[in-house]
Design a protein around this ligand. Structure first.
Ligand SMILES: [Zn+2]
Length: 148
């Protein structure tokens, strides 16, 4: 299958921030949003993630699932708009498992969207793995992650 955007781009600083947010939240799943204030450049017009905003996980079982705190999510969205940033994707972590969408991830996400869904795996905590996906026809299609 050909996807319109087979790659996602992130700055080195944002990458490191994303990993540290997820490590700090362990053993709970961290979650939040990924935004961009940079367009174009090496990414060929595609937004580059340079902003990582953590959102409190209010799920009843936060070690295995996540839910965005609704008021923080709204506040983050408005702050992004105010700062002329675009929303690129949503992230959450898997503190013990691989960066593969779980069955509850499928239920929690929109069936199709322009947004990408990033999973940060801390299964090997010395070597966290970040994997972005796009949801197409109910399937999670893995994307390539490029440091920009
Ligand atoms: Zn998950």
């Amino acid at each position: 299958m050909i996807t319109p955007y087979a790659k996602e781009f992130i700055t080195q600083l944002a990458y490191e921030k994303l990993v540290s947010i997820c490590l700090d939240a362990k053993p709970l799943e961290a979650c939040g949003i990924l935004a961009s204030s940079i367009a174009g450049g090496e990414a060929g017009g595609k937004a580059i993630v340079d902003t990582v905003i953590p959102i409190t996980n209010t799920h009843i079982d936060p070690t295995h699932s996540f839910t965005f705190d609704p008021s923080e999510w709204t506040a983050a969205y408005y702050s992004m708009q105010k700062n002329r940033q675009s929303l690129v994707g949503l992230f959450h972590s898997h503190p013990r498992t691989d960066a593969i969408p779980s069955s509850s991830d499928s239920e929690g996400f929109l069936p199709a969207s322009e947004l990408s869904y990033w999973i940060v795996s801390l299964r090997c905590s010395e070597k966290p793995e970040i994997k972005p996906y796009r949801r197409i026809d109910g399937q999670f299609i893995p994307l390539e992650l490029v440091l920009a």
